[in-house]
Design a protein around this ligand. Structure first.
Ligand SMILES: Nc1nc2c(c(=O)[nH]1)N[C@H]1C(S)=C(S)[C@@H](COP(=O)(O)OP(=O)(O)OC[C@H]3O[C@@H](n4cnc5c(=O)[nH]c(N)nc54)[C@H](O)[C@@H]3O)O[C@H]1N2
Ligand SMILES: Nc1nc2c(c(=O)[nH]1)N[C@H]1C(S)=C(S)[C@@H](COP(=O)(O)OP(=O)(O)OC[C@H]3O[C@@H](n4cnc5c(=O)[nH]c(N)nc54)[C@H](O)[C@@H]3O)O[C@H]1N2
Ligand code: SF4
Ligand SMILES: [Mo]
Length: 731
């Protein structure tokens, strides 16, 4: 008898005619999967596969990596530079020289007329590290505006700020291999199976060999929450309260590691005093997790031989994002869980090169984790580049989220947007739209011409994308990995580093500086800068032992890797020495201050937002990939069936969602994944959630609280809704 598929036609995998495979690193998320791109006889990239010998993914890829060969010739690619005098007018096609002349002359005009800082530059987490470095050299060393930031501020800024406040430096201290050693995992605001599928797979592999408790803290019952041993459905925005309460129990029950604290931490007494106020009974009323569970989780964590915490946007995108990160660090420091196998405080990063920009772009300072505020750093970099150190400002300029309000007030007149799409990704898009319209001059540099932000540009510069160029990305575990070019830049697009160094030649200062053409040479320059001389030996961000060849051979190398080292470093702070002058980490006492826009009678729902596995951000790539689109074709809103029943909303009905900022029309998906008073919307669709979000800013990191604001649901005529939805999607 025949069962199942054997009765049907066998599955056939189409032969793509691959004759050669080239090495690369996936260009979507921060997991950093090693990928091979298959080329057919005409040399065209036609498919991809995971690299078996690569430590990160061991042959696996998720749906995005598996379909990535389709992004090169996807519709909407930029073909040639475009210019126009006024926004919304028709574009004129042009070539690179006139386009870059126009950019340089407008930047110079604006800076002369209104001051150096009237020009702002915002960048990304998606170009290569060598490109970031070149952009930083151009902006800091040649153009000289201090209002230069990246979309890290929407994403990783709270983690950066929290690491700096606790450990004295940025840099995630752990690695994926920690899953193989840990005895307890706490995961805050992270939906690993969908957003970092291959890290999740590494976790599952570890759990197949040994069991250890997995505890997920998320207001939604995500896929991750469903597989967890304990799920804590926290009240949005209150993680700091839970974390302070966990510390309360640990200290109260003497479960902390006194020896580690004495040797390696400052600030214990202040922390112990502060957390006295966060007894589980009091905390439970704020964070919504019952007191017994808080005590239980605290004991499980503190008693585990090695315990680790991971987190993503549920923590970072919050008005207490930076404090939340420090509180996670506190938890790990007081239990001695930093720098040991299975014991770490690991921020799961976001974009493929979210780390590269932090390390080398000079966005918030100077390259190689150097800061503008340090005179020695200004001198080191100035001397190395051949720039008068006096040219550098003495403290960092505006964050991305402060640049937009500064356009509103007229302080900033021109904006250069590199590989980010703020019209869709910033909170409160009605306000962003008005802001962008106010600019005297705007340049968008993107691999795709059809991104929403381009409509506000006077010049569009088409960038080559991903494996059309050669360079490195750094992943969540500080692994520097490489991508080799498999195709020439699409039509008349150019690699971003070429655009930066060619633009630099339009300034006299740029002509006097050296901008290498080959990214391997740029990497060599970064290596030198990572450890300039004996005074900078022992710097954490040491890549002097790496090279493009070694990186490819090893399928990625983790920094620090000093000259002469034969391998990279899986962990930081294993010796208990932190990056403050006295070598000790800081335990921080942080009170919780309630400041979110909470649901009320008028707007009774929490509006939560995030992602789905099939799409990446503003869908400039995945929106054009057949299978990604097929599995996730449209924006939708998760709503609890009980709440839906009360409002008379049915499955797959359109509703009108309203906040104090704006409204959107969206399809309802009834699911118990969200509690009664919450709705959740993936942010990938420009016509939807960021029209409503508030995005209050964290005081330290200036990161928006994308995941907390209030909304109400109204019914809407279905035919009218379908019409509105189609209109809004057109933009
Ligand atoms: N498929 C896919 N993968 C991606 C991306 C993508 O766009 N698509 N983007 C990449 C990038 S740049 C990033 S930053 C990461 C993001 O990765 P994640 O942070 O894992 O993804 P999100 O869905 O934004 O948010 C995670 C969870 O935070 C929860 N949350 C909301 N409010 C709170 C709160 O107050 N406390 C807690 N504890 N949790 C809360 C949400 O319910 C949600 O389930 O993903 C990366 N990977
Ligand atoms: N409501 C809500 N909003 C959010 C979030 C949320 O959870 N909720 N998450 C936030 C987070 S964590 C993030 S990271 C941001 C992401 O927000 P964005 O950075 O705006 O999103 P992307 O779509 O990744 O934009 C990257 C752009 O770079 C282009 N690009 C890709 N590669 C290249 C290249 O090599 N060269 C050039 N020149 N261009 C390239 C792409 O086509 C795309 O237009 O969104 C934030 N917004
Ligand atoms: S997990 Fe991330 S890096 Fe790996 S294939 Fe998927 S999108 Fe690419
Ligand atoms: Mo992100």
């Amino acid at each position: 008898m025949l069962f199942g598929r054997s009765k049907k036609n066998p599955i056939s995998i189409s032969d793509k005619g691959v004759v050669d495979w080239k090495y690369g690193t996936c260009g979507y998320c921060s997991v950093g999967c090693s990928i091979e791109i298959g080329l057919n006889a005409e040399g065209k990239p036609v498919t991809t596969r995971g690299v078996g010998g690569a430590d990160v993914n061991r042959g696996k890829l998720c749906i995005k990596g598996l379909t990535e060969a389709q992004i090169f010739e996807a519709s909407g690619r930029g073909t040639t530079p475009l210019i126009r005098d006024k926004i919304f007018e028709d574009w004129q096609e042009t070539d690179w020289d006139p386009a870059l002349d126009r950019v340089a002359s407008e930047f110079k005009r604006i800076q002369k007329q209104y001051g150096r800082d009237a020009l702002a530059v915002i960048s990304t987490g998606q170009i290569m590290t060598e490109e970031f470095y070149t952009l930083g050299k151009l902006v800091r060393g040649v153009i000289g505006t201090n209002n230069y930031d990246g979309n890290t501020t929407l994403c990783m800024a709270s983690a950066v700020s929290g690491y700096k406040r606790s450990f004295g430096s940025d840099g995630p201290p752990g690695c994926y291999g920690d899953f193989d050693h840990t005895e307890c995992l706490l995961a805050f605001g992270s939906n690993l199976p969908e957003q970092h599928p291959i890290i999740y797979w590494r976790l599952k592999q570890a759990l197949e060999k040994r069991t250890f408790p997995v505890i997920v803290i998320d207001p939604r019952v995500t896929m991750f929450a469903q597989m967890a041993d304990i799920h804590l459905p926290i009240t949005p925005g209150t993680d700091l309260v839970l974390l302070n309460s966990l510390a309360h129990v640990i200290i109260d029950e003497c479960l902390h590691d006194k020896t580690y604290i004495d040797l390696h931490c400052n600030g214990f007494d202040e922390l112990a005093e502060l957390v006295k106020r966060y007894d589980p009974t009091t905390a439970a009323k704020i964070c919504g997790i019952d007191e017994d569970t808080i005590r239980h989780v605290a004991r499980v964590y503190a008693k585990a031989g090695a315990a680790m915490s991971i987190w993503t946007m549920g923590i970072n995108q919050s008005t207490h994002g930076s404090d939340g990160v420090c509180a996670i660090n506190n938890l790990n420091l007081i239990t001695g869980n930093i720098g040991i196998p299975g014991g770490t405080s690991l921020s799961i990063t976001g974009q493929c090169n979210a780390m590269g920009t932090r390390e080398w772009s000079s966005c918030s300072g100077l390259p190689g984790y150097r800061v503008l505020e340090n005179e020695h750093h200004r001198q080191e970099v100035g001397n190395f580049w051949g720039v008068d150190p006096e040219f550098f400002p003495e403290k960092r300029g505006l964050f991305q989220t402060d640049i937009f309000p500064a356009i509103e007030t007229g302080q900033i007149k021109a904006l250069w947007i590199v590989a980010t799409n703020p019209m869709t990704s910033m909170p409160n898009s009605p306000r962003i739209r008005k802001t962008l319209e106010k600019l005297e001059f705007c340049v968008v540099q993107d691999a795709y011409r059809d991104v929403e932000t381009t409509q506000f540009a006077h010049v569009f510069l088409p960038g080559a994308v991903w494996a059309e160029k050669k360079g490195c990305f750094t992943n969540t575990e500080r692994r520097v990995n490489i991508t080799l070019p498999v195709a020439p830049p699409y039509e008349n697009s150019k690699p971003d580093h070429w655009i930066f160094s060619t633009l630099a030649q339009r300034w006299e200062q740029g002509q006097n500086m050296h901008f290498p053409e080959d990214t391997a040479d740029i990497f060599e320059e970064m290596k030198q800068l990572s450890v300039i001389d004996d005074s900078s030996k022992g710097r954490m961000l040491d890549i002097s032992g790496m090279s493009h060849e070694l990186i490819e051979k090893n399928r990625g190398l983790q920094w620090p890797m000093a000259l002469g080292d034969t391998s990279g470093s899986p962990r930081l702070y294993s010796n208990g020495v932190f990056q403050f002058a006295d070598g000790k980490a800081k335990l921080l006492a942080m009170p919780y201050i309630e400041n979110n826009e909470c649901p009320d009678q008028e707007y009774p729902f929490w509006l939560n937002s995030g992602r789905v596995v099939e799409h990446f951000h503003t869908r400039t790539k995945t929106g054009k990939v057949g299978n990604c689109n097929k599995f996730s074709p449209t924006a939708y809103m998760e709503i609890n069936p009980d709440a839906a029943a009360e409002l008379g909303v049915e499955q797959m009905q359109y509703v009108r969602l309203v906040s104090r900022r704006g409204d959107a029309v969206v399809l309802a998906q009834l699911t118990h994944r969200v509690p009664y008073n919450m709705v959740f919307i993936p942010f990938h669709f420009h016509e939807c959630v960021n029209r409503l979000t508030l995005g209050l800013l964290d005081p330290y990191s200036r990161q928006p609280a994308f995941k907390q604001c209030a909304a109400r649901i109204e019914s809407i005529d279905q035919a009218e809704a379908a019409r509105m939805n189609t209109e809004l999607r057109k933009f």
